[in-house]
Design a protein around this ligand. Structure first.
Ligand code: F3S
Length: 390
């Protein structure tokens, strides 16, 4: 991979250890995937923040980086952490809270913004065609497919390395020729809600692995539906993007078709229980303002059952804009949580053994990552289950 003179100096350690190790990570990746050079990025989004998912092992590495006073070179944001300070923190041991705080402080020392959300695009929307280095697969899908930005699916360390250098190797979907669709997916079923879009994503992700699908036949979708579709695709597959509008050139592609039974069977396979859930969870990926409003509208004038919990997870940024809806949700007995989600916190330590959600991504991961039973359902079903019968 070609390096400029300045990049070579960084590689040789002239900027110090943190930048040197970051440059070595980027060069290694670039060489591995056939990049020819580094290109500047507009922003980085870093995963590997929640102490629950991260554990202790990477903390030493973060400490070593932060100790050198290295700073990120581009606006950089953090994925959700393991709890929110207001509602959940008090339920966990002091040691967990201290470890989470020290992870956060190490990132802050490097000037990474602790926004703690998997939907950083609601805070700052990347420009179409801008190059990014984002981790968090659902955000990568949304950035490439809905916003028209260009980012590979980074891991936490490579996103942080790109943030510290301000550049990324030009392989993968940073190249126009790698952004073409591989498979035409004819959707011959009318998807009725966001949950079903997520389920379509899970089904197609399993079939196509890292191939790029172009969907034909989607109708009445919102950006929130596309967010669920991308989150599902990235959970069961390794793709970085999809397209949702067919062009003439796509007619020659290998074609698969999706029928109602594929959606029904996938919903069934993602549900591991029909018990009354301990937790109803909305907000994976973190809710948009519209989604918070939809929950508030569904809850208006109703009460959450005493023995149930209703969590709506979003960013502080969106919560700040959603004051009137937050009031409705909290008046009904629900909780609007920021900085975290049901997957990256210790829900089993809160006595939660079963969960209902409208997120196919959560249903895909929670049984293994959180060891809970899950039932996947539409938003209306979720709210009805959380509430006292009228
Ligand atoms: Fe975000 Fe948690 Fe889902 S980090 S994408 S809400 S698993």
């Amino acid at each position: 991979m070609y390096l400029t003179r300045e990049e070579e100096k960084i590689y040789d350690g002239e900027w110090g250890w943190a930048y040197q190790v970051s440059m070595k990570i980027l060069v290694r990746l670039g060489d591995l995937f056939g990049a020819t050079k580094l290109i500047p990025i507009k922003s980085a989004h870093i995963s590997g923040v929640s102490y629950k998912t991260l554990g202790d092992a990477p903390i030493d590495f973060l400490e070593a980086l932060a100790r050198t006073n290295a700073k990120v070179q581009v606006p950089s944001t953090l994925n959700p952490s393991s709890f929110d300070p207001a509602y959940l923190a008090k339920n966990f041991p002091q040691e967990y809270r201290a470890r989470q705080l020290s992870i956060t402080n190490l990132y802050k020392k490097m000037d990474v913004k602790p926004v703690f959300t998997c939907t950083p695009y609601y805070i700052h929307k990347p420009q179409p065609n801008s190059h990014l280095a984002w981790a968090e697969s659902s955000a990568v899908m949304y950035a490439n497919s809905v916003l028209g930005a260009w980012t590979n699916r980074e891991g936490g360390p490579s996103a942080l390395a790109a943030a510290l250098i301000g550049k990324t190797p030009n392989y993968g979907v940073h190249q126009a020729e790698n952004r073409r669709a591989d498979v035409l997916v004819k959707v011959e079923v009318n998807l009725r809600n966001q949950m079903e879009y997520g389920v379509l994503g899970i089904h197609v992700g399993k079939l196509l692995k890292d191939k790029i699908p172009v969907f034909d036949g989607l109708s009445n979708y919102t950006n929130d539906c596309l967010k669920q579709l991308g989150a599902g695709l990235a959970s069961s597959g390794m793709s970085t993007m999809f397209r949702y509008k067919k062009s003439d050139a796509d007619r020659k592609l290998e074609t698969i078709s999706i029928q109602a039974e594929n959606i029904e069977n996938t919903i069934e396979s993602l549900s591991t229980t029909f018990e009354v859930p301990d937790l109803v969870f909305i907000g994976c990926p973190h809710c948009s303002l519209n989604e918070v409003r939809n929950v508030a509208q569904a809850l208006k004038g109703r009460k959450v059952r005493k023995e149930a919990k209703l969590w709506v997870c979003t960013s502080r940024h969106v919560k700040g804009k959603a004051e009137e809806y937050v009031k409705i949700i909290e008046k009904a007995g629900g909780h609007v949580l920021c900085d975290t989600c049901a997957v990256v916190t210790w829900i089993n330590k809160l006595g939660i053994n079963s969960m209902m959600t409208n997120s196919a991504k959560t249903a895909y991961y929670a049984p293994t990552l959180n060891r809970v039973n899950v039932r996947l359902a539409s938003l209306d079903q979720c709210v009805n289950t959380a509430c006292v019968k009228e």
